[in-house]
Ligand binder design. Structure first.
Ligand code: URA
Length: 223
């Protein structure tokens, strides 16, 4: 398993890589997010800000096209990203918490949803919803889930996406652990992972330690 730090991320990210976005702004906001006393309101705001910062790194190699534009002074050749070719895929429900931050950076992106829940006994991912935009073979998919823990949901989501053959796939989370990275890359060595941190380990219930708790519960205040 190869880990790239952001300092090297301007080089193309290759298969099997984990890009840890170590920018001070990302790390600062992640620390605030982790704290148990962070309110729901702040948690949502921080999550959205952090996601936009991660998006900046994840989209570093997004395809661009040339356009001719007029400035107030003269005509010039300029470049635009192909935002509509980006498909953000949110893994329900916690993925919804980072979708807004990504959309604030690429407002033209298409959006898909995958509904998966973890069987509490087996920790295996069970699919209950799958809805993607058309023409996925022309799109670069960015899968969003704040927590890559056991890796089971992420593996299942990417397996399902591969069935419809997008142009490329990246996986984005806020936090992960060595167990999740190992499982994910055993199944999908071709899909790079972007994260703000690799934590120590999982506990017996599949939660990341030290982590930030249950991301879904903290976003939606369901506990
Ligand atoms: N899902 C969460 O929300 N938190 C974890 O720590 C692991 C999985």
């Amino acid at each position: 398993m190869e880990h790239a730090r952001t300092a090297q991320a301007s080089a193309p990210v290759s298969a099997g890589q984990v890009v840890v976005v170590e920018h001070p702004l990302v790390q600062h906001k992640l620390t605030l997010l982790r704290r148990v006393e962070t309110s729901t309101n702040s948690f949502r705001r921080l999550l959205s800000e952090l996601s936009a910062l991660l998006a900046y790194e994840v989209l570093r190699d997004v395809p661009m096209h040339d356009v001719i534009i007029d400035t107030p002074l003269e005509r010039m050749n300029a470049r635009l990203i192909d935002g509509k070719k980006v498909c953000l895929v949110s893994i329900l429900r916690a993925g919804a918490g980072i979708l807004d931050g990504f959309l604030s950076v690429v407002p033209g992106a298409r959006v898909g949803h995958i509904g998966l829940y973890r069987d509490p006994k087996t920790l295996v991912a069970v699919e209950y919803y799958f809805k993607m935009p058309p023409a996925m073979n022309e799109r670069d998919v960015i899968v969003l889930d704040p927590m890559l823990a056991t890796g089971n949901s992420a593996v299942a989501a990417v397996e399902r996406l591969k069935e419809i053959g997008p142009r490329s796939i990246k996986f984005v989370c806020l936090l992960t652990a060595p167990e999740g990275i190992r499982t994910f890359h055993q199944h999908h060595p071709d899909v790079p992972i972007y994260t703000a941190a690799i934590d120590r380990q999982l506990n017996d219930h599949g939660y990341i330690l030290p982590g930030l708790g249950d991301a879904g519960d903290r976003i939606f205040c369901t506990k």
